[in-house]
Design a protein around this ligand. Structure first.
Ligand code: ZN
Length: 334
């Protein structure tokens, strides 16, 4: 494996809004980064990836590409089955891109990629059974059991964003009501603010005038900035998020008993606004509280770069696995 240690790989995080690409070294350092808006069609997306990879390869010698994809992959990660915000449907993306670029290409679910990055270079470094919850537009989850990604039986585990924390709560795109994602993602946070504004006195919050003037201006990021300045509605919205996040983590811990939970995603950077309170709710709500060891709960160390750094690591690990398969065909290394 040491032969590969100094080789560079490209990681590409393909989200519903933007595509981020970076050349990453073996220490997880990004040496060169590019960003583009996510194109709406599969053809345009593939051309966009061609352009990003080609531009980075003009400047660096790289040996593989890893793709972090916000969608469902087949268990062998050779096919993108479905992605709610991307145009690929049952497409053998790694094989197609390997052919286009003449480089080995590996794919991974985006939350798993973030978990891999946090494990090797970030907040999950000392975790054994670790849950990474990415609070972004939605909620992504990656689970590491004994340091290995847990993929379930059919490659789609885990979807913790869709455990129900509020019976008969807000409707969710998955068909259920009251999913964790509808309360603890950036989108859920904005919905909470809208609900609170409807119940509050006019002029009570700076967000009231802003959202009236431009409803699109109300984003998770804006609510976080307002909460940091002490806006009462934004602070109350984060208190609500903390409550449901604490409950959600307690439910997950009842099933999985992790030793570490890492809060990542866009809201991971704002964890100072809610994490202590969420931890208190978690501590109160987890079954057997006071009589069991509780998971440590930490914010991300890699922020929104976790996906792209993880994708590059996935490429490095994929290359190493290929090298091993070539050295020991039909068997495994002793
Ligand atoms: Zn749902």
């Amino acid at each position: 494996m040491s032969r590969l240690a100094n080789e560079l790989t490209i990681g590409i995080d393909i989200g519903g809004t933007s595509v981020r690409a970076a050349v990453v070294d073996a220490e997880g350092t990004m040496l060169d980064t590019l960003r583009a808006a996510t194109p709406p069609t599969a053809t345009a997306l593939e051309h966009c990836l061609d352009r990003l990879v080609s531009e980075l390869r003009d400047r660096w010698t790289v040996h593989a590409v890893g793709l972090a994809i916000a969608g469902f992959l087949s268990p062998d990660r050779q096919t993108v089955r479905f992605a709610p915000h991307l145009a690929w449907r049952e497409v053998a993306v790694p094989a197609e891109m390997t052919q286009r670029w003449g480089l080995p290409v590996f794919a991974e679910h985006d939350a798993n990629s973030a978990a891999v990055a946090e494990l090797h270079f970030g907040a999950a470094a000392r975790g054994h059974n670790t849950l990474v919850l990415a609070l972004g537009t939605g909620i992504g989850a990656g689970m590491l059991m004994g340091g290995e990604i847990y993929r379930g039986s059919f490659g789609v585990a885990p979807e913790f964003g869709h455990i129900v924390v509020v019976p008969d709560g807000r409707p969710c795109g998955c068909g259920k009501h009251g999913c964790l994602e509808r309360y603890c993602s950036g989108t859920g946070l904005v919905d909470t603010v809208v609900e609170l504004l409807a119940q509050s006195e006019p002029g009570h919050s700076v967000l009231a005038a802003e959202s009236q003037a431009d409803p699109g201006s109300l984003t998770g990021r804006r609510v976080a900035a307002a909460a940091a300045e002490g806006d009462p509605i934004a602070v109350a919205a984060f208190a609500s998020l903390a409550r449901w996040l604490g409950q959600g983590m307690a439910m997950i811990a009842d099933v999985f008993d992790p030793d570490l939970i890492v809060i990542a995603g866009g809201l991971g950077a704002a964890s100072g606004l809610y994490l202590d309170e969420a931890r208190e709710h978690y501590t109160t709500m987890v079954t057997g509280a006071g009589h069991r060891q509780l998971a440590r709960i930490r914010p991300t160390q890699l922020g929104e770069s976790a996906g792209v750094i993880g994708a590059a690591k996935v490429a490095e690990l994929g290359l190493a696995a290929l090298a091993e398969a070539t050295a020991y065909p039909g068997g495994h290394a002793q």
